[in-house]
Design a protein around this ligand. Structure first.
Ligand code: SAM
Ligand code: GLN
Length: 284
C-alpha cells in the first residue's frame, strides 16, 4: 500500500522522463477515483485503497507508453457530456467545443424565428458535435453521418448514453444527404484536415484512426468536396460551420472565393489564438 501523495509523485516523475504531461497523473486519478481534486488533496497522506492503486498503476503504465488517457478510461468529456471513445473514433478536442459554442450562438442569431432547425454533422466520429447540438438546442433536428461504420456504432452508443435524438446514416461526405434530398439550415463538419505527410505526436498517430485525421496532400481534400456539392443541400438562408487547421487560412479563403463566390465567410480563432473555425453563409 502506498500513500496517495507518494504514488502521484512517483508517476509525475516518470511522466517527466517519458515526455508525458505530468498533469495527466492527477487528471487520471480524478477520473478513476471519481472524487473531486480537492477531496483527493485533502486525503493526500492516506493510503490508497488497494484496488484503486492497482488500477491506477496499470493505467499509468499504458499512459507512459503514450496511449491517450481517454483510451485507458474508455471515455472522455466533451462540453460536459460523457463520450465513449475507442480506436475507431477521434477523441473529441477542446477546439471542437468552441466550434459547438459558436454554432449555437449563430443558430440563436439567425434562426430565432424557426421552429425546427435542420442540421447535419458530417464525419461525426464519436458523435460529439451532433450530441451537443441536439442537447443544447431543442429546436435542432439532428442528422449525423460517417464513412466509418465502426465510428457510427460508437456515435450511436453515445447518443443513447446522452439521450440525444439523432438520425445516423453511413456514407461519403454530402452524398447521402443529396440521395435523401435533405435541405439544411446548418451543415457542420470537422473533416480530417491534416496534410498526409505531416509529422505528428505519437499519441495521436499511433492510437487514433487515420481516416479521421488525414485530408489528402494539402489537408483540404474534404473542404473541396463539400464546397463543390453543398449547394444542392443548403437552404437559401443557411450556414456551414467547419473546423480547420491553424495554418490553412490562405488556402481555404482562396478555395471559397473560387468555388463559392456568392457566399460571405469568416474565420475565427480558437482560445489559443489560432485560426480554427470557418463559417460560410448562404443568404445571411
Ligand atoms: N466529428 C468528430 C469530432 O469533431 O470529434 C470527428 C471528426 S474526425 C476529424 C473526422 C471524421 O470524418 C472521422 O470520424 C472519419 O471517420 C470521418 N470521415 C472520413 N472520411 C469521410 C468521408 N469521406 N465521408 C464521411 N465521413 C468521413
Ligand atoms: N485537431 C486534430 C489533431 O490535431 C485533427 C482533427 C482533424 O483533422 N479534424 O490531431
Amino acid at each position: 500500500m502506498t500513500k496517495f501523495s507518494r504514488c502521484v509523485k512517483e508517476y509525475e516523475k516518470l511522466c517527466r522522463r517519458n515526455d508525458v504531461p505530468e498533469e495527466t497523473v492527477m487528471a487520471f486519478l480524478v477520473e478513476l477515483s471519481q472524487k473531486e481534486r480537492y477531496n483527493l488533496y485533502a486525503n493526500f497522506n492516506e493510503e490508497m485503497p488497494a484496488q484503486l492503486e492497482a488500477e491506477f498503476r496499470a493505467g499509468m503504465e499504458r499512459i507512459l507508453k503514450q496511449e491517450p488517457m481517454a483510451h485507458v478510461l474508455g471515455y472522455s468529456w466533451f462540453y460536459g457530456y460523457k463520450m465513449i471513445v475507442n480506436g475507431n473514433v477521434l477523441i473529441p478536442r477542446y477546439e471542437t467545443e468552441e466550434l459547438c459554442a459558436q454554432i449555437l450562438a449563430r443558430t440563436d442569431e439567425y434562426f430565432a424565428d424557426l421552429e425546427t432547425i435542420e442540421c447535419v454533422d458530417i464525419g461525426t466520429g464519436s458523435g460529439a458535435i451532433a450530441i451537443v447540438l441536439a442537447k443544447e438546442e431543442p429546436r435542432i433536428h439532428m442528422r449525423a453521418t460517417d464513412i466509418s461504420e465502426e465510428a457510427l456504432a460508437t456515435a450511436m452508443e453515445n447518443a443513447k448514453l446522452n439521450e440525444a435524438e439523432i438520425e445516423f446514416t453511413a456514407g461519403d461526405m454530402v452524398k447521402p444527404l443529396i440521395a435523401q434530398n435533405v435541405k439544411l439550415d446548418v451543415l457542420v463538419c470537422n473533416p480530417p484536415y491534416i496534410p498526409a505527410h505531416e509529422e505528428m505526436e505519437k499519441a495521436v498517430v499511433d492510437f487514433e484512426p487515420h481516416v479521421a485525421l488525414f485530408g489528402g496532400d494539402d489537408g483540404l481534400f474534404f473542404y473541396r468536396e463539400i464546397f463543390r456539392d453543398c449547394r444542392s443541400v443548403m437552404k437559401k438562408k443557411s450556414f456551414m460551420a467547419f473546423e480547420m487547421g491553424w495554418n490553412q487560412r490562405e488556402h481555404i479563403s482562396a478555395l471559397i472565393e473560387e468555388t463559392l463566390p456568392e457566399c460571405r465567410y469568416e474565420i475565427l480563432k480558437d482560445m489559443n489564438g489560432k485560426d480554427r473555425m470557418l463559417f460560410v453563409y448562404f443568404g445571411l
